[in-house]
Design a protein around this ligand. Sequence first.
Ligand SMILES: Cc1ncc(COP(=O)(O)O)c(C=O)c1O
Length: 482
Amino acid sequence: MGNVKFSSGEQIPLEMHKVRVVQKLNLLPVEQRQDALYRAGFNTFLLKNNEVFLDMLTDSGVNAMSDNQLAAMMRADDSYAGSETFYRLEKQLQNVFGMLYFLPAHQGRACENIIAHTLVKQDQITLMNFHFTTTKALITYMGGSVEELVIDEGLKVSSDHPFKGNMNLEKLEARIQELTPEKISFIRLEAGTNLIGGQPISMENIRAVSAISRKHSIPFVLDASLLSDNLYFIKVREPEFRDKPLLEITRELGELCDIIYFSARKLGCARGGAILTNSPRLHEEMRAFIPLFEGFITYGGMSVREMEILAVGLEETLDMEVIEQTPIFIDELAKELEKNGVPVVTPHGGLGCHINASAFVDHIPQAEYPAGALAAAIYLTSGVRAMERGTLSEQRNPDGSEHLSEMELVRLAIPKRVFTLSQIKYVADRISWLYQNRTMIQGLEFTEEPDVLRFFFGRLKETTPWADSLSRKFRDDFNDSL
Ligand SMILES: Cc1ncc(COP(=O)(O)O)c(C=O)c1O
């Protein structure tokens, strides 16, 4: 993809795969999108898929599968215990990460649940570069809390730092000294930090965090769910790794970490989860929870077909041609938006293109969920389903007050090998139009607010009616266009 030049001199990200299975899409007229938005309580999670044109909510479980992955499904060995499929996947994971023990789980948060049950004690603190929603919810559920020590640059929406997900090493050392290691449940690094714009961590930083955790005998856990994009950035932004095979990089990760876990809905383009460790003690402690929460230890809640898909998906993750497509498409979308003045997170990260809602709708107060309102407005004007990653995705403070997010982002996820370049251009076109009309968007307030992970199924309404006027403006400007 990166190495094909066009005679015109244009830089076009050329797909290095062909499409052999397709799914028909449905683009409703704007009036029907407005009805759908009201029905969904302005929460894009509550839209039905047939109301959505391009689903950019997430990449989770919706990445395209390769022909080899589909073929592998057919040889899945469906037995409750001792399945051949388990041993094939175990071997593949041992090969990729060089780690001895593998525990299967049904998805990423199930891994987090088991790790939290094993490592978190009442009132302990987990130090991390940045939290992910389910990680924090599960640690809190176990009586712990999280502290974020991402470098200051990580919280700047616009920056040219190549690894904005890095942990601040001085702060990490200082917090360990202040708290003492006994107060710390574990140190967690999240590859491709989801909530701050899919920003990567460098291998240099991973090495340093590993050394600090070993010095203080604190378990070091890597969330590798977004590793695919992070690997790409290590290769292209960290000179030491430019010519290193991806396998060498993943093996080094295995040496540096006490536990690596990931959502296979993301890494490996399947549906499941995996926990890896070299420690017999951690393995034994975590294994006890698998039959309790997941299933027998040779499937852990995963379908054996998905396990076969994952084994092949992991192998494909070691191919630069496969993993570069998402970050290059994200870059393409972000550049198109920037051309039209739309504020996006820089550097352009992985996972998706992240719009800076604080700047896009700077007239909406944070307590009225600007990123949530923008995600709703994007659906209304385009049929594209994005995800709010701001205050709405936070949990309230223990005293019930609103926990204002560090950033108000709207994420347009780019699932692997799902969308075409013309679809990317459509998204950029509609959002650029919306940017011209941004003052029409107003805030949201909850009508139904769940206590835990409220963004998943909470319902909201407009603070003042704005969706109807925006929809009318769309009709005036686009005439009979969908
Ligand atoms: C960084 C990270 N960790 C954990 C998870 C949880 O994974 P799952 O959705 O499979 O439970 C996700 C999912 O988006 C994620 O992005």
